[in-house]
Design a protein around this ligand. Structure first.
Ligand SMILES: [Zn+2]
Ligand SMILES: [Zn+2]
Length: 654
């Protein structure tokens, strides 16, 4: 029998008979590795442990410690779900069951929507199948046989998948759990070796879905679940889901009176009084940051003739996401979905010299995108939003310096919110426009800038846009979820499309480079993140109402009113609660509204010119002169999140 040579990650080689399964290689290294093995990389391909080695290859065993293992494990759990479900609902048709960042799902066509008792029964069946330690087996079937098999079983969706995904192949891979009577699925794999390896999983919810996500296709029921390598990790994840529910910005937005929605304006928030204060506080904060940094704020039209969108390329590639309208003289117009094209017109509106650059245009006007109604959700998937958008027009030789300034700006802004951004650099993709030398120069400038500001960053090779490299920023919120907010995107194409020019020091025409950048991203999404990050308990500088003044009885109302006036005059956002309610009730209400400070005023306070200070966390700070409270609160407002912990202002820490 012929031999093949296997090279292990430590560089050592082993000779094994051709056809040896990967599992045997793990066993030869150590029985411990074999029992920890979930799958393997053969050369760079992820395969099952049963994969036969037919040629010389590099082999790396995948265990729980391998970063990619969790997705494979979760996808295997989705198969287990399908096996349990088809055992209980023999008429069910299986769709697809991928792993996700949070777990997995599987879509089914069933006779009736699932109810919570179904989930409990299916999960019970999954546990039973897991305990039986049934093998996942990969089989190669002749394509025609597979099509006939799934066709006979009435699994039209699988037939469709096989037809679409395996055109021209003689054989297709199917997976069984135990055997084809127990469960069989068309899948490329790989999977864990047996059901007993799936130790910690649970089903979470169901939702409506459509085959291939298209409402024109068959309606399906989606079951969501999650899986982890240990019960401890699963429990921690479930606790995080509970936390996330309590922090859901859609719920808090309603409870705190920040915003509302109405069916007649889907995906577009109505900012209520308190929400508008929050929104404007952020908008003005951004102006405070950007004006001294050399930005010019502009307000460009919301509706443009389609000629603009044709020039920018959006008409060809993005029209279906835009709201289109007709003008009185029958011109086709598009509501702007981004500010860039308008800013190009501003740049081109006058002659520019190299001395004018960098030119930085900032704009906060609303943008509209015609998102599908099915995907709209709270403030995170909307049809109308505003960005803290800007376009920096720079000379080629200014890229590095401008990006370095931008990185420092991003660092500074996020520090004010007590957030630490993680940076990701995405470089030239396989399909790109422009010269390689230009790309190389830009990428090396971006790397230099990242190093200059002392940031660790991850490199996403080949993940840039076709028109230029970019830097993205993720922030992790208080319960460990990642949000993508800021972005810095270089663009060599849009200046060409708009034929932008400046006169260089050499008196000839040059093309500027455009940097698209946003620091919050969209205000809507950033506010959703802040609400969930702070669980609605905003730091003092952001709180829509900063201070509630609570008179104990009617006879204290005049003093309370005078106190509110002093607070407001000093620049604090204060509210008076003069309802005829018990003081304990008023305090609880203010706490539920997450108002940072409550000032209780009674006989003693009125006589002494003080206020009894309480914090929303329930801390009693005792009586203080009004002026002293005002000075301390203003200090805290100015400090933002720089001192103290995020969400727990320095005065209100107890
Ligand atoms: Zn699979
Ligand atoms: Zn842009």
């Amino acid at each position: 029998m012929s031999q093949v040579t296997v090279t292990l990650p430590d560089g050592s080689g082993r000779s094994v008979p051709a056809g040896t399964a990967v599992r045997e290689v793990a066993m030869a290294v150590s029985p411990r590795l074999a029992s920890a093995a979930l799958a393997a990389y053969v050369d760079d391909r992820l395969v099952d442990l049963t994969y036969p080695l037919t040629a010389d290859a590099r082999v790396r065993i995948v265990t729980e410690q391998t970063p990619e293992a969790l997705a494979l494990y979760r996808h295997s759990t989705a198969h287990l779900l399908a096996a349990a479900l088809t055992a209980l609902f023999p008429n069910a048709q299986c769709g697809i069951g991928p792993a996700t960042d949070e777990g997995f799902f599987y879509d089914f066509i069933v006779d009736r929507p699932f109810v919570p008792e179904d989930l409990a029964a299916i999960e019970g069946k999954m546990k039973e199948l897991a305990a039986r330690d049934l093998p996942y087996e990969r089989q190669l079937w002749p394509r025609e046989e597979a099509l006939a098999f799934f066709g006979d079983r009435g699994e039209a969706l699988k037939v469709q998948l096989i037809e679409e995904k395996t055109e021209g192949q003689s054989h297709v891979s199917v997976y069984t759990i135990k055997d084809r009577d127990t469960f069989v699925d068309f899948c490329v794999g790989p999977h864990v070796p047996s059901t007993a390896r799936l130790k910690a999983f649970t089903l979470l919810t169901t939702s409506n879905a459509y085959w291939k996500g298209d409402a024109k296709n068959a309606p399906m029921q989606r079951i969501y679940g999650t899986a982890f390598f240990s019960d401890k990790d699963l429990k921690a994840h479930l606790a995080r889901i509970e936390q996330a529910k309590l922090r859901d910005h859609r719920k808090l937005g309603r409870d705190l009176g920040l915003f509302m929605f109405h069916q007649w304006a889907p995906g577009t928030a109505f900012w209520l009084g308190k929400g508008t204060v929050l929104y404007q506080t952020l908008a003005n904060y951004m102006r405070e940051v950007l004006y001294p940094a050399g930005y010019v704020e502009v307000k460009t039209p919301l509706i443009f003739n389609k000629a603009l969108w044709e020039t920018s390329g959006h008409w060809q590639h993005y029209r279906s996401n835009m709201f289109l309208v007709k003008s009185e003289d029958d011109q086709e117009m598009g509501v702007k979905a981004m500010n860039c094209p308008g800013h190009m017109l501003v740049f081109a509106s006058q002659g520019r010299s190299y001395r004018d650059l960098p030119l930085r245009l900032h704009e906060q006007t609303p943008l509209h995108r015609n998102e599908a109604s099915g995907v709209l959700s709270g403030l995170t998937r909307v049809r109308q939003f505003s960005q803290d958008d800007a376009h920096c027009f720079v000379r080629e030789d200014q890229i590095g310096e401008e990006v370095e300034r931008l990185l420092r700006l991003v660092q500074r802004v996020y520090r004010d919110f007590g957030l630490v951004p993680e940076m990701k650099l995405s470089t030239r993709p396989a399909e790109f426009l422009g010269e390689i030398a230009t790309w190389d120069h830009a990428e090396s400038e971006l790397k230099r800038a990242l190093e200059a500001v002392g940031e660790q960053y991850t490199l996403n090779e080949g993940d840039g846009a076709f028109y230029g490299p970019k830097i993205d920023f993720d922030v992790t919120d208080a319960i460990g979820r990642k949000w993508q907010c800021a972005t810095i995107q270089l663009d060599y194409q849009i200046p060409q499309r708009f034929d932008l020019k400046y006169i260089g020091a050499d008196n000839t025409e040059h093309r500027p480079v455009v940097i698209h950048r946003a620091i919050f991203g969209s205000f809507e999404r950033f506010i959703a993140m802040l609400i969930e990050h702070y669980a609605g308990a905003f730091p003092l500088w952001l709180a829509p109402v900063q201070v509630a003044v609570l008179p104990i009885a009617d006879r204290h109302a005049d003093y309370a009113r005078a106190t509110v006036k002093r607070l407001v005059t000093a620049g604090l956002r204060a509210e008076l609660d003069e309802r005829q309610e018990k003081i304990g009730y008023k305090i609880r209400e203010a706490q539920l509204q997450k108002i940072p400070y409550m000032l209780v005023t009674g006989d003693r306070e009125a006589a002494e010119g003080t206020v009894a200070v309480r914090t929303r966390a329930g801390g009693d700070q005792g009586a203080r002169p009004v002026d002293e409270f005002i000075a301390a609160a203003l200090d805290e407002t100015r400090a933002r999140a720089q001192e103290g912990q995020p969400g727990t202002p320095s005065l209100a820490h107890n």
